[in-house]
Design a protein around this ligand. Structure first.
Ligand SMILES: [Fe+2]
Length: 238
């Protein structure tokens, strides 16, 4: 079975349209999103409409949870005070501009989605099986990966949150960080779609990168009153 996963869209409608096209062309039987639908770019309501219209199921990210329940903090990590200040502006902007339909949709998203393919248990969640704002980087120790597999009770784990894609196999378990559609942080500003083939004996993963109209999103970030800082970050993929 082939599935396509689109992670961390973060209000980037232009990237989402291209990512969806890539996912469809891949011949995937199902497409899933990984949550974090708003923040940093302005099209949070359009992103939610698109996911509903195209019947794309997914999970709740930390950003969705924080926006939907009007929390004080988005649950993100900052490297310095300036980054924290910028992130707070984006979070407040998103809470102010999200419509009721999008808020309700975010509220309704499940923490995880589980199913079975080819006798393998597949689990999809935003960041880790127990916490939606923990950064699960590839550099973490093997014992962390195995602990997460135990907590998930799954053979194939699919998640995002760090915005940096990777695929790792360990002790018969498959760990897939699908990267980010709308706000990559791996130095490649193109959108990222993760194509996963779940086969009887193995799991194959491909990350497809594709250019989109980044200029349109950069202009919208500035026009709609989000910090220019996020337009620069988007172009640098940092
Ligand atoms: Fe995110």
């Amino acid at each position: 079975m082939r599935i396509a996963v689109i992670g961390d869209i973060h209000g980037n409608m232009e990237a989402l349209k291209v990512a969806y096209e890539v996912a469809q062309k891949s011949g995937a039987e199902k497409i899933f999103h990984l949550g974090d639908l708003g923040g940093y770019a302005p099209f949070v309501n359009e992103v939610v409409d698109f996911l509903i219209e195209n019947n794309i199921p997914g999970v709740q990210g930390n950003y969705d949870e924080a926006v939907a329940f009007n929390k004080e903090h988005c649950g993100c990590k900052y490297e310095d005070d300036f980054q924290a200040e910028m992130a707070h502006l984006s979070f407040e902007w998103t809470k102010k501009n999200v419509n009721e339909k999008a808020r309700e949709y975010m509220k309704s998203l499940p923490f995880r989605v589980d199913f079975e393919v080819e006798s393998k248990k597949i689990s999809i969640f935003h960041a880790t099986p127990t916490k939606n704002n923990l950064y699960w980087y590839e550099q973490r120790q093997d014992k962390f990966f195995l602990l997460m597999a135990k907590k998930a009770g799954a053979d194939v784990m699919i998640y995002g949150h760090t915005h940096i894609p990777y695929f790792k196999q360990l002790n018969g378990k498959y760990f897939i960080n699908a990267g980010s559609v709308g706000k990559p942080k791996d130095g490649d500003p193109r959108t990222c779609v993760c194509i996963i083939d779940i086969l009887r004996d193995t799991v194959k993963v491909e990350f497809i990168r594709k250019e989109y109209d980044i200029k349109k999103v950069v202009d919208s970030i500035i026009e709609r009153g989000l910090p220019t800082y996020f337009a620069i970050k988007l172009m640098k993929a940092k």
